[in-house]
Ligand binder design. Structure first.
Ligand code: AMP
Length: 214
């Protein structure tokens, strides 16, 4: 399986990618999660990414593309395939990825475009909780953990991402409409986009499965 998940922040890309990894074995690769790990480790890349992420802006293309090429260029990714979540987020990133795939002889199976309205996305992000340790995602109302503040999967501490605060959410949505939505148009020219309305977790997952013929 070699697919991309695109869509606005909070639409459920991370949740669906994690399910696909669990149930189909391809690797869930999230650019945001890689940046957060680098931030936690206080690496040079992490420090650079932090300033952009906290404002809801995109990390520059050059840095992001280099990081993702390194992540994708491993025997494990070649063997198991991937579900890319949050990358590419600009047309320049999509072009760079295509070029890289061309060099490696890789073809994408599909681009899944998850759709939800702005108000719904804001509602979902405002209640989102993320595990500090493993990155698992919960929601205060829709998908609460069994023990408040504790990750069901690994026992890690749950926290509200700094960029999940109201004013940053609006900026991330603005960036999505302006810069990331054109990525869907880019892949539409290749005829590989499947648009899916992302409502509830399991029904969205069923639609993704059907779209991929799984
Ligand atoms: P996410 O976890 O996908 O919501 O990403 C969180 C933040 O990481 C974004 O708001 C950006 O600041 C940064 N980021 C993640 N992926 C990318 C990307 N492909 N290009 C640029 N910045 C990114």
């Amino acid at each position: 399986m070699r697919i991309l998940l695109v869509g606005p922040p909070g639409v459920g890309k991370g949740t669906q990618a994690a399910l696909l990894q669990q149930r189909h074995g391809a690797l869930h690769i999230s650019s945001g999660e890689i940046f957060r790990t680098e931030m936690k480790a206080e690496t040079e890349l992490g420090k650079l990414a932090k300033s952009y992420m906290e404002r809801g802006e995109l990390v520059p293309d050059e840095v992001t593309i280099r990081m993702m090429a390194t992540r994708l260029d491993t025997p494990e990714v070649r063997e198991k395939g991937f579900i890319l979540d949050g990358f590419p987020r600009t047309v320049a990133q999509a072009q760079a990825l295509d070029e890289w795939f061309g060099q490696k002889g890789v073809a994408l199976d599909a681009v899944i475009a998850l759709e939800a309205g702005d108000d719904e996305v804001v509602r979902r992000l405002s209640g989102r909780l993320t595990c500090r340790q493993c990155g698992a995602i919960y929601h205060r109302d829709n998908h609460p953990p069994q023990v408040p503040g504790v990750c069901d999967a690994c026992g890690g501490e749950l926290y509200v991402r700094k960029d999940d605060r109201e004013e940053t959410i609006r900026e991330r949505l603005r960036v999505y409409h302006e810069t990331t939505k054109p990525v869907i148009g880019y892949y539409e020219q290749q005829g590989i986009v499947r648009r899916i309305e992302a409502l509830e977790v399991e029904s969205t997952y069923a639609k993704i499965k059907a779209a991929l013929g799984l």
